[in-house]
Write a protein that binds this ligand. Structure first.
Ligand SMILES: [Zn+2]
Length: 202
């Protein structure tokens, strides 16, 4: 027995890249789109990042626990004043290099942003700076051929820190005090090798 009507709130997740949408139509009709795809499709994001793991997506439920995948949900709706709005949630895990210990660092991203759609670039400029405007939706120029993938990529790029750092580097507590900075022209030891050394000292 299928009761698809009752399940209307369930978001069906699809594999693959989001296509283009008519942004205003999408919002007016309250549409929802969700999916999972490989982070390797986001070339602007990957520019300058470490190599990201490649994952073959077997089960949708794994995403985005497996690094290398991006999951998104796009919801169209009308805001309180009846204007078309898009709400985008993106989740992924990126492999970065900590700029303090140069060890690998996994960054979990879970970002949700509401965008009020406007017709023209000229309409973007009227941001108000009231005290409570911080939580106000951003404005976004919508179009009939709106590129969802582009928006997802923009959102992820905003989450990548300029100088990524572990909150606490694993092997720094020991090395910070002694200033033996003899890494001139020498290959840096891998953080795991250092860990092994620390262990064997005991
Ligand atoms: Zn670190």
């Amino acid at each position: 027995m299928t009761n698809t009507k009752a399940d209307a709130t369930v978001v069906h997740c699809s594999l693959g890249l989001p296509g283009q949408i008519d942004a205003f139509e999408f919002a007016r009709r309250g549409r929802t789109q969700a999916g999972v795809f490989s982070v390797h499709r986001l070339q602007r994001l990957l520019d300058g990042l470490e190599d990201q793991p490649s994952v073959e997506l077997v089960e949708l439920n794994d995403a985005p626990e497996a690094p290398g995948l991006v999951r998104y949900v796009l919801v169209g709706q009308l805001n309180a004043s009846g204007r078309p709005q898009l709400v985008l949630r993106v989740q992924t895990k990126l492999l970065l290099e900590c700029q303090r210990c140069l060890g690998p660092m996994m960054l979990s991203i879970d970002r949700q942003t509401a965008f009020d759609l406007v017709r023209r670039e000229a309409d973007l400029g009227e941001e108000s700076f009231d005290e409570d405007s911080i939580d106000e939706p951003e404005k976004l120029v919508g179009s009939r051929q709106f590129d969802v993938l582009d928006l997802i990529e923009d959102e992820l790029i905003l989450e990548v820190p300029y100088v990524p750092r572990h909150e606490q580097c694993t092997d720094m507590a020991e090395t910070e005090s002694d200033d033996s900075e003899d890494d001139v022209g020498e290959a840096r030891p891998s953080p795991f090798a250092v860990l092994e050394q620390l262990k064997s000292k005991r």
